[in-house]
Structure formats: C-alpha cells, structure tokens
Design a protein around this ligand. Structure first.
Ligand code: A2P
Length: 277
C-alpha cells in the first residue's frame, strides 16, 4: 500500500488522470486480471491496455472482480495499426469496449502513427467523434513526434490530451517532452523501466542504496519528478506494490543531474518512423 495517494494530473481537456498506473503488455487475460486486482487493491486507479495486447477481457474482469466502482478506475486502450482509418477506428473501439465489458474508456490512443500509411489524421477524426459520443472521455496518441502533433492540430484544430512514448533513463526524449509540454500534451512513459533493462545500471543501484529504495522506485521517482505519467508493467504482486510506493521520498538535484547523464538516445522498442509500415 502506498503511503501517499497517487497524484491526479489535469489534462488539456479538463479531465484528470492518475500520474501512475499499471501496464499489462505481454500479460494474457488471466495474468492481466490478477495484476489488475492486485494493483487496484494497492491503490492504483489506472490500467493501460491495448487491443493488440489481447487482454482487454482480462482487464475488464479484473476491474469487476476488484469490487472497485468502474467510475473510480481510469482505463486506457489503443487503436491498433491495422484499424487505422475513420470507420475502422470507430469499429475497433466498439470491439474493445465489448471485450472490456465497459461502455466507455477514459482514454483512447492511436497506438502508432504509421506515417507510411498516412491514415493517422483520419483516425484522429474518428477519435474526436468517439469522444463526442462519450465512448472515450479523453483522446490521445502514442509514439507521435512533434511534426505529427502539429499536423493533427493544423488539420483538425484538436490536440491530443496525452502522447505516450518510450521513455526511460536511456532514452530521455527531452525535445519531444518539451514539444508535448508546449502544446499542453501530457507525456506518458511506456516501458518506464526500459523493459526492466535499465534496473541493473550501476548508477541506479547507487541511488537505490542512498535512498534505501529499490532500483525501480528510483527510476519511477525520476519520471514523477519530471512531471511524466508512468505505467510500469509487473505481474508480480510485490513489485506491483513497490512500483506505486514512490511518494514518501524525493531525489535531490544531484541525483537528477546524475540520472540525466544516463541518456544514450537508445530505443529498446520499435522506431515510430518505420513501425507498422
Ligand atoms: P515482472 O512482471 O516480473 O515484475 P517496463 O514497464 O519498463 O516495460 O518494465 C517491465 C519489466 O520490468 C517486466 O519485465 C517486469 O517484470 C520488470 N519489473 C517491473 N517492476 C519491477 C521492479 N519493481 N523490480 C524489478 N523488476 C521489475
């Protein structure tokens, strides 16, 4: 259980989003349901899934089994690359809602821009319509670059509430975080722990010893202090709990400066320029 509540962050559409949530990538339905029950018990109120994860049914079941009201939980899902386009994206959300067993999601994202297909503006228009219909309370994107955000705004007059990007100490994305911030788009980090690979970095181990915290807590706290939203993934109950226990300590300026030095501009996941082409 966390010592202090997870902060709520206001988005550019006036809705609020928990700064920390549970990621469920690579979980099957059963694992996702168990992780969601555990996380909600530990004080999490956000779960991040996607149609491509094929565990939306498990997420929905986990929420219902938790005994926590649907209205108290923030659910994100995403439109997969194959479902881009004005009609296909709308159909895809309807299918996601059916699997989730829910009548709306709190946040709907375009999973990848797929610039080679050039459908993301049409897909964005579909998300705007789904928001008007109340099927998605907030809408956003994932893996978009600054020029793609500009184009959405130029062509539709609407900016995403969130841009969810790969972000961790080895890929700090300072420019893109600034571009998001200038437009009031909240930055959310996927793979905030670098898929667990950054945990073994010796500098992180040193800071963990200094603060009597775990390496994962150091990395997640670094994100939090940058104002970034995080969705760490874990299937392990102890680690799920530890990942939300971040609000009773702070990294100092020297810690933050040392962590800034870890940036290698190195992706662990796919490149948005070519992925889905
Ligand atoms: P597990 O599910 O066994 O806990 P990311 O969110 O950056 O993609 O990282 C997820 C990976 O990091 C998973 O392999 C997860 O494994 C591992 N992980 C998550 N939380 C922790 C933690 N507190 N300590 C160690 N490993 C963790």
């Amino acid at each position: 259980m966390t010592d202090m509540a997870i902060p709520m962050i206001e988005m550019n559409d006036g809705h609020r989003i928990p700064q920390l949530g549970l990621g469920v990538w690579q979980d099957n339905d059963e694992q996702a349901a168990a992780a969601v029950r555990c996380a909600l018990q530990a004080g999490y109120r956000l779960v991040d899934t996607a149609s491509i994860y094929e565990n939306e049914a498990g997420v929905g079941a986990g929420v219902r089994e938790s005994g926590i009201e649907r209205a108290e939980v923030f659910i994100t899902t995403k439109i997969w690359n194959a479902d881009q386009g004005y009609q296909a994206a709308q159909d895809a959300l309807h299918a996601s809602l059916e699997r989730l067993g829910m009548d709306y999601v709190d946040l709907l994202l375009i999973h990848w821009p797929v610039p080679s297909r050039d459908l993301y503006v049409d897909t964005w228009r579909a998300l705007i319509k789904l928001r008007e219909q109340g099927l998605a309370r907030s809408i956003g994107v994932s893996n978009f670059r600054a020029d793609e955000l500009h184009r959405l705004f130029k062509e539709t007059g609407q900016l995403p509430a969130v841009n969810q990007i790969e972000l961790h100490p080895w890929l700090q994305q300072a420019e893109l975080r600034t571009a998001n911030g200038v437009h009031g788009v909240r930055t959310q980090a996927w793979s905030p722990l670098g898929q667990g690979k950054v945990l073994a970095d010796p500098l992180i181990a040193g800071l963990a010893a200094k603060h009597a915290k775990e390496p994962a807590q150091i990395i997640l706290r670094w994100h939090i202090q940058h104002g970034v939203l995080v969705i760490p993934k874990s299937s392990n109950p102890e680690r799920i709990r530890a990942n939300a226990d971040l609000f009773d300590f702070a990294l100092d300026e020297d810690d933050m400066a040392a962590l800034a030095e870890l940036d290698r501009g190195e992706r662990i996941g796919p490149d948005p320029d070519t992925f889905g082409a």
